[in-house]
Write a protein that binds this ligand. Structure first.
Ligand code: RTP
Ligand code: MG
Length: 148
């Protein structure tokens, strides 16, 4: 099953949007396979955002992502990588459509609430960067008499 790495950024955690964001992916039909609230180190931030190291906003980006706790998650389901990106909306909240996470809750590009892997290659890389094998749970929804 396809997996992606999603992360509620420090602004999303500070603004109490973690529940809202988890809720959107659950309601869409995806399955949570791993989650941890964590404080990202400078080193991890620089590795994670390595593709942007030559950009003028790199310093700001690393500073912001390490400024407070983030909720790192692995989500699972058919086409979850592309679907999550579309649910997130465009990078700049000004251009993100209403109904998307960034369109509904974001204001500036530097504080756009959520990160999501943009390809199968980045998903694999980012999941392995943030999670160990034992942190990811593969499970099936139970056929039980206590879920109704
Ligand atoms: P992300 O990696 O966080 O999921 O966002 P993305 O793919 O939509 O955007 P990306 O191009 O990978 O940029 C990473 C993050 O850098 C910040 N950014 N700031 N000041 C700026 O012009 C600027 N451009 C990008 C954003 O927070 C973006 O999410
Ligand atoms: Mg990106």
């Amino acid at each position: 099953m396809e997996q992606t790495f999603l992360m509620v950024k420090p602004d999303g955690v500070q603004r109490n949007l973690t529940g809202e964001i988890v809720n959107r992916f659950e309601r869409k039909g995806f399955k949570l396979a791993g989650a941890k609230l964590m404080q990202i180190s400078d080193e991890l931030a620089k590795t994670h955002y390595g593709e942007h190291e030559d950009k003028p906003f790199f310093g700001e980006l690393v500073q912001f992502i390490t400024s407070g706790p983030v909720l790192a998650m692995v989500w699972e389901g058919d086409n979850v990588i592309a679907t999550a990106r579309s649910m997130m909306g465009k990078t700049n909240p000004l251009e993100a459509a209403p109904g998307t996470i960034r369109g509904d809750y974001g204001v500036t590009v530097g504080k756009n609430i959520i990160h999501g892997s943009d390809s199968p290659e980045s998903a694999e890389k980012e999941i392995n960067l943030f999670f160990g094998d034992n942190d990811i749970i593969t499970y099936s929804k139970q056929d039980s008499d206590w879920i109704y």
